[in-house]
Design a binder for this molecule. Structure first.
Ligand code: FES
Ligand SMILES: [Fe+2]
Length: 375
């Protein structure tokens, strides 16, 4: 298990914070240049880094059957992940080996990939299967050399991770807790995009200092303002937001203490993914940076761990997902849009992150360390 607190330790710390009106604090504040949220050169360096990290690509649950595939951008590169006839999940650069047409879009299930231009056909394991009129047009073509181009796939914590180039760091999975179990059912995947740098929306999920101001009607009535347990492990972090209903545990024997359902837990997976465990559903939110000031998001929504995937559980998860999508997420989106617009004002040469914003400071330190390794 990861180097993070047990449920009982987390609950002890939450009760301490409630009783003392405190919250977890970082060791220092941090100044981040605002140009890092708009500069094309910085953006290019980040994209180059992304290619050399294991990037969470989708939940394993998004690829349930032979032939299930997900096609998305990772680090700006079209990638398709697919479950093969042998049950193994592989990923490829999403382009035909004839004249480069992208083969797959979105998600679905297929027996093979067929190019829409001239009909070259590929097996699910990437081997070239068929070339129309091969003998006449391509005599002597080396078929083995013209299969789909693979990228490295790792299955960990219920997620599929894709690494495109020589990794800059090893130990990326050290201390990673189990996040998504096989019992968790995928409900859907929603996509949205807006005009922010990819780091801004991630940061909104990494601190609870804004709960009362930004989420006054949505989250604040059920939770606390600026009361979090914040841990870091490797380049990642976990931010726990307790619900008021956690108070009921004060009458429960400690050996029966469990946090599921009594807190929201946000796991920031460096660099661009948040796995958020909410009351009745779990969201895996992946940022696809498109430009320095534009980001696409895909949010996979699943039932919670330890639930049985029954119609009632799924209905409850859907209601919870819609509540969060229509309230808290919109509030965070609107605030981060205003941050991006505020950056253009030129008022701030840098942002100062305080000691409440410990996970964000950790994120920026990790970014700086990793970017330095690229030089
Ligand atoms: S480009 Fe794919 S078959 Fe020609
Ligand atoms: Fe928020």
């Amino acid at each position: 298990m990861a180097n993070i607190l047990s449920d009982v330790e987390v609950i002890d710390r939450i009760f301490h914070h409630i009783d003392n009106k405190t919250t977890d604090l970082g060791d220092n504040d941090w100044q981040e240049p605002t140009s890092n949220y708009s500069c094309p050169d910085r953006f290019a360096r980040e994209q180059a880094l992304f290619k050399r990290l294991p990037l969470p690509f989708c939940p394993v649950a998004a690829l349930p059957d032979v032939g299930s595939y997900v096609a998305r951008l990772a680090a700006g590169v079209p990638i398709v992940a697919v479950r093969g006839e042998d049950g193994v999940i592989r990923a490829f650069r999403n382009a035909c080996r004839h004249r480069g047409v992208k083969l797959a879009e979105g998600q679905g299930c297929t027996k093979s990939f067929v190019c829409g231009y001239h009909g070259w056909m590929y097996h699910l394991d990437g081997r070239l299967r068929h070339i129309p009129a091969e003998k006449g047009g391509f005599p002597g073509l080396d078929r083995e050399a013209h299969g789909l181009v693979p990228v490295t796939v790792t299955e960990r914590a219920g997620l599929i991770w894709v690494t495109q180039e020589e990794p800059v760091t090893d130990g990326a999975f050290a201390d990673l807790p189990d996040l998504i179990g096989p019992e968790q059912v995928m409900i859907d995947a929603v996509e949205f995009e807006f005009d922010v740098n990819w780091k801004l929306f991630a940061e909104a999920g990494m601190e609870g200092y804004h709960i009362k101001m930004t989420h006054r009607e949505s989250f604040y009535p059920y939770g606390f303002d600026n009361l979090n347990v914040i841990e870091t492990y490797g380049p990642n972090s976990r931010i726990i937001f307790p619900f008021k209903r956690i108070e009921k545990l004060r009458d429960v024997p400690r050996e029966d203490w469990k946090i599921d359902g009594l807190v929201s837990s946000g796991y920031h997976l460096f660099p661009n993914v948040m796995v958020v465990m909410l009351s009745h559903h779990t969201a895996v939110q992946i940022a696809e940076p498109i430009s320095p000031t534009h980001t696409k998001y895909i949010r996979y929504r699943l039932t919670n761990r330890g639930t049985d995937g029954s119609p009632e559980v799924i209905a409850k998860a859907k209601r919870d997902a819609e509540f969060v999508a229509n309230t808290g997420n919109i509030e965070d989106r609107d605030i981060t849009l205003k941050i991006q617009q505020g950056i253009a004002s030129g008022a701030n040469s840098h942002f100062t992150y305080g000691r409440f914003e410990k996970a964000i400071v950790h994120f920026h330190k990790s970014m700086d360390r990793m970017l330095a390794k690229m030089n």
